[in-house]
Design a protein around this ligand. Structure first.
Ligand code: S3P
Length: 182
């Protein structure tokens, strides 16, 4: 048995605001653990046969949230993986309850200025279209942080390189799993 074996028994669900690294760090975390990686946004796009901006534009946010709920429920019934959730997924009470029941949840938290810089470089997020990223992120942080805080673990990653964040998450997960296996 290697030291990560206890961490591979449950899905590790990454939650947090847009741009925090749920997908990029999550993929590397999965590699380090020898687990599969799934990205809920990508799975929603595959299920809907269109991109997230198109889902929002053509079907609306409420339909996107329904699809997200269905996809995450399905993924949580499959083999354990590292699962990057979309920033709003953990805010949905049904999705959150499933994640709490079936996964270890990790809130990745970083300064809003860092997030604003990262998301400002991309145009694939419908909630940011025509808005100042920092303003959207501030509003989301106010609304979402109390709920994200219900995750099993919080890891403050700052603006660190991906491999540094992966090490931080692995340490926090190991401590959590050890504490909860007694
Ligand atoms: C959203 C975050 C996005 C995506 C959608 C809505 C949100 O995912 O699910 O644009 O509500 O915060 P990322 O957090 O991966 O950017």
């Amino acid at each position: 048995m290697d030291r990560f074996e206890p961490l591979r028994r449950r899905t590790i669900a990454l939650v947090g605001l847009m741009g925090v690294g749920k997908s990029s760090v999550g993929r590397r975390l999965a590699n380090a653990l020898g687990m599969g990686f799934r990205d809920a946004d990508t799975e929603v796009e595959a299920a809907a046969g269109r991109s997230i901006p198109d889902i929002f534009a053509e079907l609306g946010e409420a339909e996107f949230r329904k699809g997200e709920r269905r996809v995450i429920a399905r993924l949580l019934d499959e083999e354990p993986v590292v699962l990057a959730t979309g920033g709003g997924a953990f805010m949905d009470p049904a999705t959150r309850a499933l994640i709490k029941a079936k996964a270890v949840s990790v809130w990745l938290k970083t300064d809003l200025e860092v997030l604003a810089r990262r998301v400002g470089r991309k145009d694939n997020r419908p909630l940011l279209v025509g808005k100042e990223p920092i303003e959207v992120l501030r509003t989301q942080a106010e609304a979402r942080y109390p709920t994200y805080a219900q995750a099993d673990i919080t890891v403050e990653t700052g603006d660190a390189a991906h491999h540094v964040s992966v090490d931080q998450i692995l340490r926090a997960l190991s401590a959590y799993v050890e504490e909860h296996s007694q």
